[in-house]
Design a protein around this ligand. Structure first.
Ligand code: ZN
Ligand code: ZN
Ligand code: ZN
Length: 611
């Protein structure tokens, strides 16, 4: 029988098309061309002019029109490159998480000495920011700060609008070409700007609250910018700024690089053309001021490059609600056929890549181990007045059908890992749940093994193992775990496992997939390399290290595969299995139960990747 899953060789270099179109100076991206216009059914879009294999970078966008930290991060992250600095009390990115980027020392941030409102990680960032926008913004921020007697806060959207207004006033061509003129602000050129704003959509949105809020933000932006107008002129300018805010809402990216503690807004005029699909073939990652578009699966010449503006693993109803602010009805196959996570997984072209992963049984992806029936669960139920009663019932239904990859299960389990780890409540529970996520949730929800969320999930397991392994060796792990029976069993089982080999194999996966997930200098990758260096110092592990290295080189090499199967995959699955049952019940209903965050909903921006 022919092998239905031919092995991919992970080609990473895009193949040029035989007749690449000439590059235009205003769209300098080899491999991409623009399509459509404002009147096309789907507006503008991006089309591949070369072949991009899964995991390759399609294009980098290093010169955004706007890039600034979220309002609450202005004192803790560089105002130019968004790098968090020392004294930074971390971020709220996706509810916080294990700090995967902690290996890189955080720079000391220095405030602008004139306005003392914004901070920079280096002189270079400061002078670049000054030239680009801060020389216009600095006096305005100073006035806002003085007006508030030193206390000030400007909502992110308002500050974005301020920057654009001040640049328009200074006759900045890039801004004018992008967003168009605003009446009575700067010189008028008749430009409407290339960005789409869906103004009518915002005006007619639901009960009008969004439209009213945008109006208030527009007036605040004019006032804070020191643009003094009265009467009809003020009204006309405010309407113009409201239109500009609509364009911002429609086109800007919310970037939550939670592993490095950076959060902010990025607007790139060219990248903004990428259309949405709930079955995207590409995704966007951020590093500094650069956004990079990456292929999630193989993309052929002439294929439209599509990203997801929202968390595309949500249910159809939730996706449509989240997309309402973009004012279009998604017509992708996932929406039309209302496919769930498992159905999407079954037809994914990236299944074969999983031969090198913690879930290498490719048949499981084609035929997921779920039950589409209505079996009734008869485990102990939480009291009716428990805060998590509704959640328990929602998730227990998924649990009965073993549909662990369907939200809110993965989000909830991720929160549990963070909680058990960061609050020091139970390292063994955190590890078991992290193993469950990496074997039963993420592979189905993010089929390409290089998806950032999957790689981060691996890194969390590796970091937990780097803590539990030495504690197991000295017999002290029990003190870091709860007193339940499940905890005791987990601690005993862990003591029998080769946790260092498990950790090393997982780190090798992170190092293998990290450059495809993000970039060669991704913080997660730096942490993984650091931990691998520590492991390399351990004596007498030559045989194990050699087998793991051989497995990453060729996951089908029989000896290497047998070693990893026995020493890594079986133990990971054993830990994962323990996280069901008691841990599940306790987490939702026990004395330390979590009250989950509401799913973070973006009010204005594309959620690029989120928990
Ligand atoms: Zn910086
Ligand atoms: Zn300043
Ligand atoms: Zn869709």
């Amino acid at each position: 029988m022919p092998n239905p899953y031919p092995r991919s060789r992970h080609p990473q270099v895009p193949l040029p098309s035989p007749n690449p179109p000439p590059l235009s100076p205003d769209f300098p991206y080899p491999g991409l061309r623009r399509t459509g216009d404002a009147n096309s059914p789907r507006g503008r879009g991006l089309v591949a002019t070369a072949t991009f294999p899964a995991g390759s970078a399609i294009a980098a966008f290093p010169r955004p029109l706007l890039c600034l930290p979220d309002g609450e991060h202005v004192r803790t992250a560089c105002d130019w490159c968004l790098r968090p600095g020392t004294g930074s009390s971390n971020t709220d990115g996706g509810g916080g998480g294990p700090d995967l980027g902690e290996v890189r020392p955080r720079p000391k941030l220095n405030a602008c000495t004139r306005c003392r409102c914004v901070v920079y990680c280096s002189k270079r960032c400061q002078s670049a920011a000054w030239k680009a926008v801060h020389k216009l913004e600095c006096p305005a921020l100073s006035r806002v700060r003085d007006g508030g007697e030193g206390k000030w806060f400007i909502p992110t959207a308002v500050r974005c609008a301020m920057q654009l207004l001040l640049r328009l006033k200074g006759a900045d061509r890039d801004v004018r070409d992008a967003v168009g003129d605003v009446p009575f602000v700067g010189t008028t050129s008749g430009s409407k700007g290339v960005l789409e704003g869906n103004v009518h959509g915002f005006r007619d949105h639901e009960d009008g609250t969004v439209w009213k809020d945008l109006g208030a933000q527009a007036r605040a932006a004019l006032q804070f910018s020191g643009i003094e107008l009265e009467g009809n002129k003020l009204a006309a300018a405010a309407e113009g700024v409201r239109g500009l805010l609509c364009k911002l809402q429609t086109n800007a990216f919310d970037r939550r690089d939670e592993d490095v503690g950076a959060a902010g807004v990025l607007l790139d005029v060219d990248l903004a053309m990428a259309n949405h699909s709930c079955l995207p073939n590409a995704y966007v990652v951020f590093a500094g001021r650069t956004a990079t578009l990456r292929a999630e699966r193989d993309i052929g010449v002439g294929e439209e490059v599509e990203i997801s503006y929202i968390d595309n693993n949500l249910s159809k109803a939730k996706r449509q609600k989240a997309l309402r602010l973009y004012h279009f009805e998604c017509q992708c196959r996932r929406c039309q056929e209302d496919l769930d996570v498992y159905q999407v997984c079954q037809s994914s072209s990236t299944i074969p890549l999983n031969i090198l992963s913690l879930q290498p049984d490719l048949d499981l992806y084609k035929d997921p181990p779920i039950e589409r029936n209505d079996y009734v669960y008869d485990a102990p139920r939480p009291p009716m007045d428990s805060p998590n009663y509704a959640l328990y019932h929602m998730t227990v239904r998924l649990k009965d059908k073993k549909m662990y990859a369907i939200e809110p299960f993965p989000s909830l389990y991720h929160q549990l890992v963070v909680r058990y780890e960061t609050e020091g409540m139970n390292l063994a529970y955190a590890l078991a749940i992290a193993c469950f996520l990496a074997t039963q949730c993420h592979p189905y929800g993010h089929v390409a093994p290089f998806k950032p969320w999957r790689v981060k999930g691996l890194m969390i397991i590796a970091q937990l193992l780097s803590h539990t392994a030495p504690l197991s060796a000295t017999g002290e792990l029990g003190k870091k775990c709860g007193t339940t029976n499940t905890s005791r069993v987990l601690v005993e089982e862990l003591a029998k496992m080769d946790q260092v080999s498990m950790c090393e194999a997982i780190l090798r996966l992170v190092v293998h997939y990290g450059p495809m997930a993000h970039s060669d200098d991704w913080e997660v990758l730096a942490s993984a390399r650091e931990l691998l260096d520590d492991i390399a110092q351990l004596q007498g592990r030559e045989r194990e290290s050699a087998a793991i290295a051989a497995w990453v080189r060729d996951p089908e090499q029989p000896d290497a595969r047998a070693f990893v199967e026995e020493m890594v995959l079986k133990p990971i699955n054993a830990l994962a299995a323990r996280s069901m049952g008691r841990v599940f019940y306790e987490s939702l209903c026990g004395p330390h139960s979590v009250v989950p965050d509401a799913h973070p909903q973006s009010s204005m921006r594309r959620l690029v990747y989120q928990p």
